[in-house]
Design a protein around this ligand. Structure first.
Ligand code: KG4
Ligand code: ZN
Length: 337
């Protein structure tokens, strides 16, 4: 069976997203963010699921209008099943189930992390395998070896905070808005990235740790501000640049280690933090030094979006299979709860 037109739905955290894929092209990629969390400095799960409820149908309507297709032209519905926030996932999943039932079309539940990887294939449908992927988002940080579209192996992951969390928590300490990554990056652009040294966690192998760097920033700010209350505001650009560089050096060190071990033909960078320009440059340089190809999604497919869900759904339908209408969301990776 060939599925030409796939509707994708993503609602695992605080972005309500609907996209439409048609024969290898993304015809619509609608993402509605939730500003309500800014006042809290982080995502409030209950508020997120309520906002998804009010955003999902307008996002669906907008996607259909943008793609200029009627709802009954959809051949299959793909939806992020997990990992993510339970209440948030339920909104997307139940909308997808309702569509699948009423249109009598297949439903396919996809893994949110696999969808981030699938974002690489939207503009590069035939990558050279093996592909080493660095996945850096607000909830996960992983190194994955992809031997073929459906053959992935987890090589290492963070033992505590995710890289995106390290950006977000630093932003909070520095008085910058949530989500912090883009704000830290903006300030970093005019700063000296070697102004202040931030220590890197020593973790064996390809696992990682990011909770220490945030704590070291906290102690550093407390120490410096004691004698100089304006320290933070006067040195914001240098602090952001040094902190960002420390995370980039740490990530590239781990990628380098994995490249030496597995000799991938392609290196991919995905997840929300892959929108960071300095990190993109660092990974591009690393790949060039190893004569590997470098794939990074265009900006619209880095942070949470539904185009990547369409792409993952397309691969599942091609190589895997459809899901039953009784699938349930899962909050953690590799778990059914
Ligand atoms: O993949 P994503 O949209 O959601 C999750 O699945 O978690 O990633 C969101 C994360 C947030 O932590 C955000 O601060 C970070 O990606 N992020 C960035 C940038 N843009 C988003 N971090 C650093 N630099 C950026 N430009
Ligand atoms: Zn994500």
């Amino acid at each position: 069976m060939h599925y030409s037109t796939i509707l994708g739905i993503e609602s695992s955290c605080d972005d309500t997203a609907v996209a439409i894929w048609h024969r290898g092209k993304i015809l619509a990629n609608i993402t509605t963010g939730q500003e309500i969390h800014q006042d809290y400095g982080g995502v409030v799960p209950e508020l997120a699921s309520r906002a998804h409820q009010s955003h999902i149908i307008p996002a669906l309507d907008k996607a259909l209008k943008t793609a200029n297709i009627a709802v009954n032209e959809i051949d299959a519905i793909a939806v992020a099943q997990g990992p993510g926030l339970m209440g948030s996932l339920l909104v997307g999943l139940n909308t997808a189930k309702g569509l699948a039932m009423s249109l009598n079309k297949p439903l396919v539940g996809v893994n949110h992390l696999q969808a981030h990887i699938a974002a690489l294939y939207i503009d590069n449908p035939e990558p050279a395998f093996p592909l080493l992927v660095l996945l850096v988002s607000g909830g996960h940080t992983q190194l994955i070896l992809v031997r073929d579209f459906m053959d992935t192996q987890l090589l290492g992951s963070t033992l505590d905070d995710a890289a995106g969390e390290a950006f977000d928590k630093a932003a909070k300490l520095l008085g910058l808005p949530y989500p912090g990554g883009p704000h830290v990056e903006k300030w970093a652009q005019s700063g000296n990235c070697r102004a202040f040294p931030f220590p890197q966690a020593s973790v064996a192998g390809l696992n990682m740790s990011f909770s220490g760097i945030k704590t070291s920033l906290l102690y550093f700010l407390q120490k410096e501000s004691k004698h100089n209350p304006d320290f933070k505001s006067k040195n914001l650009a240098d602090i952001c640049a040094s902190y960002q560089q420390s995370i980039i050096d740490y990530l590239t060190g781990k990628v380098n280690k994995a490249v030496n071990e597995f000799s991938p033909k392609t290196i991919g960078l995905v997840g929300g933090v892959s929108a960071n320009k300095a990190l993109r440059e660092a990974i591009k340089n690393l790949a060039a030094n190893h004569n590997a190809e470098c794939l990074i999604p265009s900006f619209e497919y880095c942070t949470d979006n539904a185009a990547m869900v369409c792409m993952a759904g397309h691969l599942m339908l091609k190589y895997g299979g459809i899901s039953g209408l009784d699938i349930v969301p899962y909050s953690k990776n590799n778990s059914k709860q």
